[in-house]
Design a protein around this ligand. Sequence first.
Ligand SMILES: Cc1cc2nc3c(=O)[nH]c(=O)nc-3n(C[C@H](O)[C@H](O)[C@H](O)COP(=O)(O)OP(=O)(O)OC[C@H]3O[C@@H](n4cnc5c(N)ncnc54)[C@H](O)[C@@H]3O)c2cc1C
Length: 398
Amino acid sequence: MENIVIVGSGAGGASVARELSKAKKNVTIIEKGPSVKSKKAYRCYENSNVGVELLKTSCVGGATMVTAGNAVRTCQHTLKMLGVDIEKELDEVEKDLNVNALPDSHFGEGTKRVMDAAESLGFEVQKMPKFIDPTLCKPCGKCAFGCPNDAKWTGSKYVEEVKRYGAKVVDGTPVTELMVQDGKIAGVKSGEREFPADKVILASGAIETPKLLQRAGLNAGENLFVDTFVTVGGMLKGIKFNKEVQMNALLKHGDVVLAPHFSEILVDKLQGYGAKTEDILGIMVKIKDEASGTVMGDSVTKYSTAHDVELLAEGSAIAGSILTEAGVDPRTLTSTLARGAHPGGTAAIGSVVDKNLETEISGLFVADASVFPQAPGAPPVLTIVALAKKLGKYLIRD
Ligand SMILES: Cc1cc2nc3c(=O)[nH]c(=O)nc-3n(C[C@H](O)[C@H](O)[C@H](O)COP(=O)(O)OP(=O)(O)OC[C@H]3O[C@@H](n4cnc5c(N)ncnc54)[C@H](O)[C@@H]3O)c2cc1C
């Protein structure tokens, strides 16, 4: 039987592994990071400043371990125009991940105030769809640290499942090189250790995947986007918003999305006002940024363009007026630095991979956020999982 090696166990890697191992394919996942309990995932952040602060984690489950559980359909129309129809897979993924808004019991005072204030200012606000099990979720504000109750979907849950189907999982092992023979993939290497394979699926994320492709002579690494965001916030004494489910509501405004969000950075910035963690109310302003970044070897750069700054300023102005209406002292309004947690685009469909996610090297595929043609400007996990599922089906048929 043919050997399939999957590099990385995040949103894309874990999902394609599940699809293939369920169909009894011979699958090995090779993951750079360690296996960690969900509540310890915060130890695996590998942030870097590349012009914006880039957030990512390296562990079994990848960045899915620290998501806010937001589950929004995105990019499906752009993908359809490129010949990749994922509507059916999105339906399946929403079912698999039990996507739903959380019940009212999971909405805290801060979130309700933001929603009411936004509505009173004429904005349309919706409850955020989540892949969080409300029966397990005890609101604590710790989603981005790793859920203490394992209440949200993560790639590591799929990794546990694929082990039961017989797949092999090798963690703590960074893939350093691809083995290619006569234009065909032959396996991967981690240092001196070789893993022969008939097919290889790269899912090491949009920063690491292009580096491996470049080392194999492919032209990847341009077109990096990150869905740049800032968190705007200020003081509302005793609101205890830091203990609420984060990003539990969604406001869409063109290429900007807003969601209630706490950031510790705001507490530090408001020390002069005697701010404590329980006194901050904030809103994340996230934009569909221009794909102006690059990954070239170990050098990663992503600066905000004039258009990005314009969108961030527009969103921040809206956030400021909502927060003021919600009761925040306007003199204390401030913002974090620009950050990004959705890197993608560096092996885009139509330029680095074809519509079946295959590269020019026969048998070498990509199944992570690298293949997005443009920034989603919204949570990408559902779309990554749907694309990975579609690739799995294609390889099973193949
Ligand atoms: C704090 C935070 C909150 C987020 N919240 C949400 C949310 O609520 N909803 C949403 O949709 N999205 C959210 N995201 C974004 C989402 O998590 C990512 O877009 C998604 O996980 C990317 O999937 P991926 O498969 O491209 O990469 P990843 O999930 O990052 O997986 C890549 C994996 O590859 C491994 N790897 C890297 N290099 C190698 C190598 N050389 N060899 C072997 N393995 C390697 C990594 O360790 C990692 O496990 C959030 C991200 C962050 C950081």
